[in-house]
Design a protein. Structure first.
Length: 219
């Protein structure tokens, strides 16, 4: 008997366009702390843990404190202004319509990740936060995810560490070429291509994945 279908998804720039909300939060953080933060530059580097960006603007001894301030400001300033990415709801629904589980595994602070999904009406089966790159494999293995979908080479690394198929979307800071070079098995322009691919994958298994990759590469 085949194991149940479980697909993991990254959050920022995979399921949601969090750039407007993150920019607003950085601007508020800068105003409150009196320290300049280039919010426009920060939103081009989404993916890694928050602390990596905070270190660019604040001394190391304040990184934990400032990160906590940012996370506290986030619900008020980031949730309303961050829309779903094209195809996000449909991608989650496609997994669930096939009797599968769609989980979100993200580097974002878990309570804030859940606020985004609730606000946008994206009904994931589980949300696991504060995991980045290879550490995402912990949650992917725990939930039995055979596929992980993300926009960053760190997501590709997480999928490969978990032994999961890496499906990448070129909607974040990494190009399609960078995602392929990192080892992504399938690369799409965005999530609107995911449901049709999933149909083929479920029907054909690995052959479906290879066929979809070839189609994506020629798109």
């Amino acid at each position: 008997m085949a194991p149940p279908l479980t697909v993991g998804f990254d959050l920022d720039m995979t399921l949601i366009d969090s750039r407007p909300g993150i920019k607003a939060t950085y601007l508020e953080l800068s105003a409150r702390t009196g320290t300049y933060v280039d919010a426009d530059a920060a939103i081009t580097r989404l993916g890694p843990p928050l602390e990596e960006e905070i270190r660019r603007w604040y001394p190391e001894e304040r990184v934990a404190e400032i990160s906590d301030v940012y996370r506290g400001l986030y619900p008020e300033h980031a949730i309303d202004g961050s829309p779903a990415m094209p195809g996000a709801r449909e991608a989650i629904a496609a997994v669930q319509a096939r009797g599968g589980r769609a989980i979100v595994v993200t580097a974002k602070f878990e309570p804030n990740a859940k606020l985004h999904l609730a606000h946008l009406g994206i009904d994931a089966d589980a949300v696991i936060g504060s995991l980045w790159a290879e550490a995402k494999a912990e949650a992917l293995r725990e939930h039995g995810a055979g596929i992980y979908v993300g926009d960053h080479i760190g997501d590709v690394r997480g999928a490969r560490a978990a032994g999961a198929l890496s499906v990448a979307v070129a909607t974040g800071p990494c190009t399609a070429e960078e995602l392929r070079a990192a080892g992504a098995d399938v690369v799409f322009g965005d999530l609107t291509e995911f449901p049709a691919w999933l149909d083929r994958y479920v029907a054909e298994g690995a052959d479906g994945a290879e066929g979809a990759d070839a189609a994506a590469a020629s798109a």
